[in-house]
Write a protein that binds this ligand. Structure first.
Ligand SMILES: NC(=O)c1ccc[n+]([C@@H]2O[C@H](COP(=O)([O-])OP(=O)(O)OC[C@H]3O[C@@H](n4cnc5c(N)ncnc54)[C@H](O)[C@@H]3O)[C@@H](O)[C@H]2O)c1
Length: 355
């Protein structure tokens, strides 16, 4: 079988990461590139070396592709997804799937009807360090997990060239605040690691990120059916950071950590716990997995999975329904925050859709 013919739509900041990922894969070839801004489409096409067709209107590119990667501003995801589903093309949709529940449900149902693969681009789920962390938790070797924390600290929006490029990100086109737009990765991850949520809270602020229409900094707490709890803190206003992207899991036998930028999975054994005043040279942790120096967004793993699902009919790990559950959690957290209440997060998953 020949290579999967992929069309890419929206040649902005995220597409640069995707092209780096795709260039590492043998199973897929970008045959069509689309952006309403010709120079952006041309610049992506020039970085490929296989002379793909360039389009300014995605409605003209369906014949040139087996599937598409949609990396458009959020308010355009639904319409573009529906167009390619209608044309029988497989869809890898950048997160968040769509801006409303109604759009998500319609797109999911339509892709089912047209028998096309719909996958949401959540690359974090496929990062080898995260996969390693999940395997360690699932092995049972460390006992039960009782707490997971995820921190993400970034600065977006201060730099004027970023603002010019992503003006839509400061408007209602974003569909929500930092939690909806970026935190959706980590709500998705918490559900994957921890199972069905029971209740939770969100508080957000746009102090420190005045360019945001809604919150630029979020704190989420959640409790799960297992009894375990989770915390997610994310900011787009960090002028300094120590943690960057950090994932920590407390289990009965120790603490497991994935430090994304260091590219390490670490085990902090309770017997080696550092106490104040003690020498720190006897290492507090053991490195159990190391990535090496590549600190890109690592999208090649999710794209490989998408192509495998599209060509075999396998259900994607991050399919439309699992993406929708994560967004429902976020919408429930936002609604409860407005009312000053704790959000009831039960029954937002697949059972609600009759599966
Ligand atoms: N996974 C991640 O870590 C990550 C990071 C950043 C962005 N994203 C996602 O990627 C998507 C795009 O974000 P971005 O930061 O690249 O935005 P961007 O504004 O940098 O790029 C969007 C591009 O879409 C083009 N465009 C707009 N309307 C179009 C249309 N009708 N047809 C064709 N092209 C059109 C714009 O000209 C622009 O080049 C969003 O869903 C965003 O959430 C994901």
């Amino acid at each position: 079988m020949g290579k999967f013919r992929l069309g890419v739509i929206g040649c902005g900041s995220m597409m640069e990461n995707h092209v780096r990922g795709i260039n590492q894969l043998d199973c897929v070839e970008i045959t069509a590139v689309c952006d309403i801004l010709r120079d952006r489409a041309e610049s992506v096409a020039a970085s490929l070396g296989n002379d793909p067709k360039i389009f300014l209107d995605y409605e003209e590119m369906a014949d040139a592709v087996d599937g598409v990667l949609i990396a458009l501003p959020h308010h355009l995801h639904y319409e573009c997804g529906m167009f390619f589903a209608h044309n029988g093309k497989h869809i890898l949709m950048e997160k968040p799937l769509c801006n409303t529940e109604e759009e998500c449900v319609r797109l999911i149902d339509y892709c089912d009807e047209k028998k096309v693969t719909l996958m949401c681009a959540y690359p974090v789920r496929f990062w080898p360090g995260i996969v390693k962390l999940k395997e360690m938790v699932d092995s049972g070797e460390y006992g039960q997990m009782f707490q997971m924390s995820i921190w993400t600290e970034q600065l977006t929006g201060l730099n004027s060239s970023v603002l010019d490029k992503r003006r839509w990100g400061r408007t209602s086109c974003l569909g929500g605040g930092q939690l909806f737009s970026h935190g959706c990765h980590y709500i998705d991850l918490l559900l994957w690691f921890m199972g069905e949520p029971v209740y939770g809270t969100h508080v957000g602020t746009n102090l420190g990120t005045p360019w945001m229409l809604r919150e630029g900094t979020s704190a989420v707490t959640m409790k799960f059916e297992s009894g375990a709890i989770a915390y997610h803190g994310g900011t787009w206003g960090a002028r300094g950071t120590r943690l960057l992207y950090d994932f920590q899991i407390h289990t009965e036998k120790g603490m497991l950590e994935y430090d994304h930028f260091a590219g390490e999975v670490r085990l902090y054994d309770s017997n080696q716990m550092h106490r104040p005043g003690e020498e720190t040279e006897s290492c507090q942790y053991q490195v159990v997995w190391s990535r090496g120096s590549d600190a890109t967004k690592e999208t090649q793993h999710e794209i490989r999975h998408f192509v495998e699902c599209a060509t075999t009919g396998k259900k994607p790990l991050t399919d439309g329904r699992s993406a929708l559950q994560g967004l429902r959690v976020i919408w429930a957290l936002y609604d409860a925050e407005k009312r000053g209440e704790i959000a009831d997060l039960r029954g937002l998953g697949l059972a609600k859709d009759g599966e």
